[in-house]
Design a protein around this ligand. Structure first.
Ligand SMILES: Cc1ncc(COP(=O)(O)O)c(C=O)c1O
Length: 205
């Protein structure tokens, strides 16, 4: 492993060093960076934007640590939504995932399977009051889409107000709620969604 690098935008005169770590990253033997760039251009859609001209490529993670193709170690301050809670490859999570993949992969919701019940109960037990009914979805976009449907079905009303400059996801309906030019296309949007400005509390406008 090379010298650990700290990921920060400014390095003052003192050279920062990462704390020691006992994770050993094996030597990377996979696809080259150049090949990834070439495949991206040919086979991946352009909406997979990276924000960087030459983004880092990682191949191994362990809790708060990430390793790039050259074995450099990074402290992952915020890598991705699904690693916020316990970081990368947490042994407890890896263990249960492996056990489940070895036992049963998928069962349609028209049949019963123990795990969804166990998970729903454990989640519901953490919630206050009568918040006891769980809907599982795969993403924030789906959750917002479902919330929209539920609100309309429950109230029998259709119009929705969403705040300008907020992000709500990228399914058809919530993209209309999103109201940020970077996430819009020149196609007709989902109807019944109105954008309102955020009240600036401090100026009382
Ligand atoms: C506030 C908010 N709403 C909705 C979403 C959409 O979630 P997803 O990308 O899981 O569809 C995000 C994702 O970053 C979000 O931050």
């Amino acid at each position: 492993m090379k010298n650990p690098i700290i990921l920060c935008s400014r390095c003052y005169s003192t050279k920062l060093q990462l704390p020691k770590c006992n994770v050993k990253a094996p030597v990377y033997k996979g696809m080259s960076y150049e090949e990834m760039v070439s495949i991206r251009k040919r086979n991946l859609n352009p909406t997979l934007s990276t924000l960087y001209r030459k983004p880092l490529a990682f191949y191994k993670g362990s809790k708060q640590w990430l390793f790039d193709l050259d074995g450099n170690r990074y402290l992952d301050m915020f890598g991705g939504i699904s690693t916020i809670s316990v970081g990368h490859c947490h042994p407890k999570i890896t263990k249960v995932l492996t056990e489940q993949s070895d036992t049963l992969g998928h069962v349609s919701n028209v049949y019963f399977h123990e795990k969804i019940h166990e998970y729903a109960k454990r989640l519901a037990d953490t919630m206050p009051g009568n918040l006891k009914c769980v809907y599982f979805v795969n993403s924030g976009s789906e959750a917002n889409d479902l919330a929209l449907l539920m609100a309309r079905a429950h109230t029998g009303k259709y119009d929705i107000f969403s705040l300008k400059n907020c992000y709500h996801g990228m399914t058809y309906q919530v993209m209309e709620m999103t109201s940020l030019s970077t996430y819009r296309f020149s196609v007709p949007g989902s109807p019944g969604i109105y954008k309102v400005s955020m009240i600036f509390l401090f100026r009382r406008k």
